[in-house]
Design a protein around this ligand. Structure first.
Ligand code: 1HN
Length: 349
């Protein structure tokens, strides 16, 4: 963790010799392995939705959702190009489903979230239940759950896909299969999950029958989330670092809604500027409402509705809203918390 020891000719000759036996000296690499604080290739970056939309509509002329399996443009972190990741541990992409198209049923061990950005009234089916998707809805696909999408509306539908792909590939735990049908068999009513678990009551035997690693609610509609945020804004002073920030939760245990991805919704009041804040979970943000700017390290990013930006681990972040703003965000915080790694620094706030 100190500086690197000097590399004398004798030492270099020794390294060469042991290299053939697949061995290497720790003292040459220790300072890079165990850093005094997070050191990441992940960079701060922003994508304007208008640019993504233009590119995706062009992709819509080039390939169908069926042929692509999923017609998605990946948001690649500029510091991690070619690795299909927006942060070191998580993936982000924007998906387009045109009117009349289907994205056929498949499943995989990777967890996915959808966050609806544009269009209204396409559906996704998860575990035998269909849900209609509207602006700002947060939808979960749990590990190994069959899922398929269809757009019966008359407008193109765009949403953010957030997945734990880099995390699962780091662990070499990827499994996937196609169902061989456009849509999985539907044996539950639309809205059934929400009516069973979304009202502070749960079916009496669900403790025994329902896995608790992932929320049994798979669509957290924006209208309800917004109401919760409004309530918080009416009754509490804004937190200096976050404004009014809420975490999407699993009603069975109060934990994160997903096992590997933490999801959040926050309100930054008009004219409010949050205090510099940093945490070890690199975070991807989506502006849902309002306009403003975010300072990340020594860079500033201006955002409006549907724009996306990413803050690396441990870089100071502060938001400033010109209009009442709502930001959705996601990170690997649940994983870091479970491993005892998560840290935050609120400065003096
Ligand atoms: C996936 O299953 C979806 O179901 C979207 O919509 C993006 C990226 C990589 C792997 C699986 C979807 C994906 C994905």
């Amino acid at each position: 963790m100190e500086g690197r020891p000097e590399e004398t000719p004798e030492r270099l000759a020794f390294y060469d010799k042991i290299d053939k036996q697949n061995m290497t000296p720790l003292w040459s690499v220790l300072a890079d392995l165990v850093t005094p604080e997070p050191k990441s290739g992940c960079q701060a970056a922003l994508w304007h939705f208008a640019d993504i939309k233009t590119a995706l509509l062009e992709a819509g002329d080039l390939i169908t959702a069926r042929e692509a399996e999923r017609r998605v443009l990946i948001l690649e972190n500029p510091g991690l190009r070619g690795q299909s990741r927006i942060t070191t541990s998580l993936y982000a992409g924007i998906q387009l489903v045109l009117p009349g198209e289907v994205a056929p049923a498949h499943r995989h061990t990777q967890s996915a979230l959808r966050f609806v950005l544009d269009g209204s009234g396409a559906h996704t089916a998860v575990n035998g239940e269909r849900t209609m998707m509207h602006y700002g809805d947060f939808v979960i696909t749990p590990p190994m759950a069959w899922h398929d999408h269809g757009n019966e509306s008359d407008a193109p539908m765009f949403w953010l896909d957030g997945l734990d792909i880099p995390l699962v590939s780091f662990l070499d735990a990827s499994f996937a299969e196609m169902l061989g049908e456009d849509e999985q068999p539907i044996d539950r009513s639309p809205g059934q999950s929400y009516s069973e678990f979304g009202h502070n009551l749960v079916p009496v035997d669900s403790d025994r029958t329902t896995a608790k690693t992932v929320s049994p609610i798979f669509n957290y509609p924006y209208s309800y989330a917004r109401e919760a945020l409004d309530g918080m804004a009416r009754t509490r002073d804004p937190d200096p670092c976050h404004g009014h920030k809420m975490r999407y939760s699993n009603p069975l245990d109060g934990g994160h809604a997903m096992p590997t991805i933490g999801t959040f919704l926050q309100h930054v009041p008009k004219g409010f500027a949050t205090a510099r804040y940093r945490s070890t979970d690199a975070t991807t943000f989506v502006c849902v409402e309002g306009r403003g700017r975010t300072r990340i390290g020594d860079e500033t990013f201006e955002w409006g509705p549907k724009d996306l930006f990413v803050a690396p681990s441990w870089k100071p972040v502060s938001h400033e809203a010109d209009e009442d703003a709502v930001l959705f965000s996601y990170s690997d915080r649940p994983v870091q918390e479970k491993l005892g790694l998560w840290r935050e620094d609120r400065g003096n706030a």
